[in-house]
Design a protein around this ligand. Sequence first.
Ligand code: DAH
Length: 435
Amino acid sequence: MSTAMAISLVQSTFFSKISLLRHRNSLRSFALPIPFSSFSTSSALSEDKLHRQKWRQPVVSVLELGGVKIAKDDVVRDDPTNNVPDTIFSKLGMQLHRRDQHPIGILKNAIYNYFDTNYPDKFDKFDNLCPIVSVKMNFDDVLVPPDHVSRSYNDTYYVDPQTVLRCHTSAHQAELLRKGHTHFLVTGDVYRRDSIDSTHYPVFHQMEGVRVFTPGDWEASGTDATSYAAGDLKKCLEGLARHLFGSVEMRWIDTYFPFTNPSFELEIYFQEKWLEVLGCGVTEQEILKRSGRINNVAWAFGLGLERLAMVLFDIPDIRLFWSTDERFTSQFSKGQLGVRFKPFSKYPPCYKDMSFWINDAFTENNLCEIVRGVAGDLVEEVQLIDNFTNKKGMTSHCYRISYRSMERSLTDEEINDLQWNVREQVKNKLNVDLR
Ligand code: DAH
């Protein structure tokens, strides 16, 4: 969800992440034709940087991700073409999906298991590809239109105009196809600027799957290549859903993604609700052609690991995945899919409202970035609760910010401090008039 109002849409947009790239008509233009700096791994520390760093929280300043050395200054810079905050940099090396005792890692391994059992030694697995990718990989290579909303600075974290934090694992499809892989799974952390509620967090994890067929595969079947791939895709993913959820009712929904045609979503009926499990489809011929695979056909899917893990492990709030509290971490063990999480305690929330006159540049994602920057994981939800335009044409928004720690009770003083800081930054950075 980007510019849409958060107003108790929480229900209807529950787990809306997966669908970000499926809307053909959600267009927004943006342009920041400012020169970008190169991706250097070493840079001299200026006086100014040294001064700023002294006051920042200590975070690891050089990371190694998928064999690439990354310094903080490569990712976070004071520059209008860069919108990556410190809080996002601090998540870059965490790789929850590579921890065998973490729900996200346990789920990844369970999916690997399904593929290993059903297609022994077939699928190549990648879970350590660098999340910093080119705009070309993230968007162009998978045919995301030039004016697609997901390319905007409001929705995606840009390191510079040519480089982003990947917003989906589809960013690696074309490169791996080009390198000759025909069966592969890519798991990784993905990044999106977004609103704040119990199912949305600016970093989450996805798994991508791709399988390529050659004419010999479909010719004997008596069906055309596309129907053959679509049939195989559905069989494979229905099996995966049963592997994870047991024998559940399922349905296929036709949809749109830029990279597949036809495109589908799989939903399962679980705990009395239809739950969107994944997006998938038959890969656009153009992607295969550009990767040197003429006369082939392929299928692809992408699934969000948090949304499935929240349901499978009964985890009520997406922030919990990042908790280092032993009362959370000790509840999960390697290979144990679907252990029900027992909440250790529910601490009281505290609500603070703030109203202001918005300007043309205002977006809810920008507001949420400020709130997260100040309150980190102490913010539970930011909700638009009132919205009106007066006779002069000025529009006022009132947002309710819910503060709640997963781990302890917050003091009034602490919350007032956070709220005061949020108000100051909203006023100064978003240039809105507080009411
Ligand atoms: N990349 C899509 C997203 O993040 C998910 C997806 C849909 C991946 C369909 C695929 C696919 O490979 O075929 O919303």
